[in-house]
Design a protein around this ligand. Structure first.
Ligand code: ADP
Ligand code: MG
Length: 731
């Protein structure tokens, strides 16, 4: 008997399925603190490699965010180079985050020649501070054409320098922002840093009003829970769709998916555990505080969650973590799938963005306090966040609008496209009570009467959970659950920081005005937050976000419900959204327009690649297979025509039924081809994205439906693609 394509594949896979370890023996079982951050130019490395004066000046600059002068840069560069050489680095790179959503790097060696022509290692202050990648091929939304052809990278000292290991030597990585020479930003990091500045400024103002004059800075903190799929690499390599688009464009539903609910938190298979441990060791070396690992809801789905950090560092670390996951998966003969919906019919992957604000004095602003006064501060911050989400729900939605996430949001397993806020029973009640009491003359006593004294009872442990909410309060932080698994968290966080900063500003302005009028402090605050509690009430929702009733209710409340990326992206350039990004100094109008174009174009390009891939697979893999099987069926029927008339009739009708499906497949291929051609003829980018969404995607889905039906009716040994049951269940 000859082996089928998939039998051969299985032989490969079995051969590659050993449990393995791919890190150096010394790290196995080593207590984590002994090597945590060993590849980071952290405080310890700075103290060792920099003269004390340089070290303390650098620290001060990092804390204040001031620019670094050339002399200091020269001294730091020397220390960094010595440290990097001690770590086996031969090259350095500016590491940046262009609008592709991934990271970018261009390596240079330390090699130089001295005056005598002798080879030496050299790393200048200038090379540390500024780089000039040939950036002409990064998406700029037409910016560079209009302004300035070249872009440059500039060192961001707020994020630590690190070493990336390679099998034949290591590379020094300098985290940078990416700008054009006219100062227009071209990356995802700069707006994040600007939004953090804006939020720090306004939140510090608020705390000063509350008498906390020693607070100098407020940073936002983020813990990003990362979900992912792992499948055998050999299967991945046999699927053009996974390789080219990150998701399966075809695949019949297996008899068993996630309905047994037996994968979530199940015991972790040995081979997967070995992979996770390797990932964690690599993460620890880079100072990424990996904390939790577990199996997720879908078969073959997993999660890694770190301990939260300052947002820009959490963002860098999440990008690095995605890179580590990919590299280590490859070493273990797995393919890592970060797409939001790699498989139809089972859960997709998200990235829960846990978010809060913390002062430089160590206070978490979303932690309910223990006294009525602290509670007032907590209530003010809480109301500010809810109001910001209410007023800018559409903008927040744009920050998670990607073609991949469209398959997930609203798919009855992930947050819907409607942004609402979940608070839990207790906090909701408190806000209701405050609202019900229309009196404005608040005193501490009355605050207690209003039930605010019950706030200290709210602890992280007894807040109830609502897994269906896109933006849920979880005791001492908000969890933004609509973020996609493959996304950089920079976008969602810069939007969140910006809108909260904007409302904080308004709150501070109004409290100050009330105080000027001679109002007592508590009253001055309550008079500001009471109307906001009322105003933002429509965004609060405690029920099931997946229910059809909520969709209707949300429409009644006037909450935006943008189901697709093209629909949502329009909000990015709505007047009020441009205004808030501009006012908070996060993005200029030009930068917003450029980004909008990049995102719209990216949508069409992604769908075009998907449609072309689906067509290629349908024409060259599926159609030839089903034609072959159609012949087998026809021949089988013909061969018994003379033998058994009744059996012949039955087989003939089965053959006809199959042949009709094959004809349908041919039709659907032609239809999709024509519609993609039409899409590509559209000149206007916005119109084109709409067309891809409204016409091409349904045509792709129609093609998929026929292929998936055929998969279930075609001889298993002929089917050319790894099936769901193989990919999802074998590891
Ligand atoms: P779960 O939400 O699964 O119950 P946790 O509540 O422990 O898990 O936290 C989930 C994530 O939230 C972790 O990454 C954690 O570090 C992060 N987190 C906890 N506190 C904060 C905070 N103050 N700011 C931002 N993230 C936080
Ligand atoms: Mg969580």
């Amino acid at each position: 008997m000859s082996l089928s394509v998939r039998d051969h594949l299985l032989t490969d896979i079995i051969g590659n399925r050993q449990v393995r370890s791919t890190v150096k023996d010394e790290y196995k079982g080593m207590p984590i603190p002994e090597y945590f951050g060993c590849n980071v130019f952290n405080d310890e490395a700075m103290r060792t490699y920099l003269p004390y004066k340089t070290y303390s000046r650098l620290k001060a600059i990092i804390a204040s965010g001031e620019p670094i002068d050339d002399a200091l840069a020269e001294e730091v560069a020397h220390g960094v180079k010595e440290w990097a050489l001690s770590k086996g680095a031969t090259h350095y790179t500016h590491w940046f985050q262009p609008m592709t959503g991934a990271t970018a790097e261009k390596h240079d060696s330390f090699l130089d020649f001295d005056a005598d022509g002798m080879p030496i290692n050299r790393f200048s202050g200038k090379a540390l501070k500024q780089g000039e990648p040939d950036a002409s091929s990064f998406p700029s939304g037409g910016l560079r054409a209009t302004f300035e052809a070249r872009g440059y990278t500039a060192w961001d000292p707020s994020s630590p320098i690190f070493i990336m290991e390679g099998v034949n030597g290591n590379t020094l990585c300098i985290p940078t922002v990416f700008l054009s020479y006219t100062g227009v930003i071209l990356d995802k990091k700069a707006p994040l840093l600007r939004s953090m500045e804006a939020l720090s400024r306004e939140a510090t103002r608020l705390l000063h009003l509350f008498g906390k004059k020693n607070v100098k800075r407020v940073t936002t903190t983020v813990g990003a829970e990362q979900e992912y799929f792992l499948i055998d690499k050999a299967y991945f390599l046999r699927r053009q769709d996974l390789m080219l688009t990150g998701r399966t464009l075809f695949g019949a539903k297996p008899p068993r998916g996630q309905q047994m609910e037996d994968h979530y938190f199940a015991s972790i298979r040995e081979r997967v555990l070995a992979f996770m441990q390797d990932v964690e060791i690599e993460a620890f070396k880079l100072g990424i505080p990996a904390k939790t690992r577990h199996n997720e809801v879908s078969p073959a789905q997993f999660e890694i969650a770190p301990i939260f950090e300052t947002t820009n560092i959490a963002t860098d670390h999440n990008l690095l973590l995605m890179e580590i996951l990919r590299k280590v998966a490859n070493r273990h003969n797995f393919a890592l799938l970060l797409h939001e919906k790699p498989f139809k019919g089972v859960n997709g992957s998200g990235k829960h963005n846990n978010w809060s604000m913390a002062t430089d004095t160590g206070e978490n602003l979303l932690d309910p306090g223990h006294t009525p006064h602290e509670n007032l501060q907590f209530l003010t911050v809480l109301t500010t966040v809810i109001t910001a989400v209410y007023r800018y729900a559409d903008l927040l939605r744009t920050s998670v609008a990607t073609p991949g996430n469209d398959h997930r949001l609203g798919a009855n397993e992930a947050p819907p496209a409607i942004i609402s806020v979940f608070l839990g029973q207790q906090l909701s009640q408190i806000l209701e009570d405050i609202e019900a009491n229309k009196k404005t003359n608040y005193t501490d006593k009355q605050i207690i009467d209003l039930g605010i004294s019950t706030l200290p009872k709210i602890s992280k442990d007894n807040t109830d959970r609502n897994r269906t909410s896109p933006f849920a309060f979880t005791g001492n932080k908000f969890e933004f659950r609509a973020v996609g698994s493959s996304q950089s968290i920079a976008g969602p966080n810069f939007v969140l920081n910006t809108i909260v900063a904007k409302v904080l500003k308004e709150v501070c302005d109004k409290i100050e005005a009330n105080l000027k009028k001679g109002m007592e402090f508590n009253q001055a605050v309550m008079e500001v937050i009471l109307p906001m509690i009322k105003e933002s009430k429509p965004v609060r929702f405690e029920g099931n976000n997946y229910s059809p009733e909520w969709e209707k209710e949300a429409a009644k409340r006037g909450l935006p419900n943008r189901k697709t990326t093209p629909e949502s992206l329009r909000d990015f350039i709505a007047e009020k959204n441009i205004a808030v990004l501009k006012e908070m100094g996060v993005l200029s109008e030009v930068e917003i327009q450029a980004r909008y174009h990049i995102l719209v174009e990216n949508y069409s390009k992604t769908l075009n690649i998907e449609a072309e891939t689906a067509l290629a697979m349908a024409r060259t893999q599926i159609l030839p297979t089903v034609l072959r099987y159609q012949t087998i069926l026809a021949n089988a029927a013909a061969s018994i025509k003379e033998v058994n008339g009744k059996a012949y009739d039955l087989q003939l009708s089965a053959t006809k039924e199959y042949a009709l499906l094959v004809a349908d497949l041919q039709n659907k291929i032609v239809e999709l081809e024509e519609i993609v051609k039409k899409a590509e003829e559209i000149g206007d980018e916005v119109e084109k994205a709409d067309f891809y969404c409204q016409k091409v995607l349904p045509a792709m889905n129609a093609l998929r439906d026929v292929v998936d039906t055929l998969e279930d009716k075609t001889a298993d040994d002929l089917w050319p693609l790894p099936k769901y049951r193989e990919m999802l269940f074998v590891y």
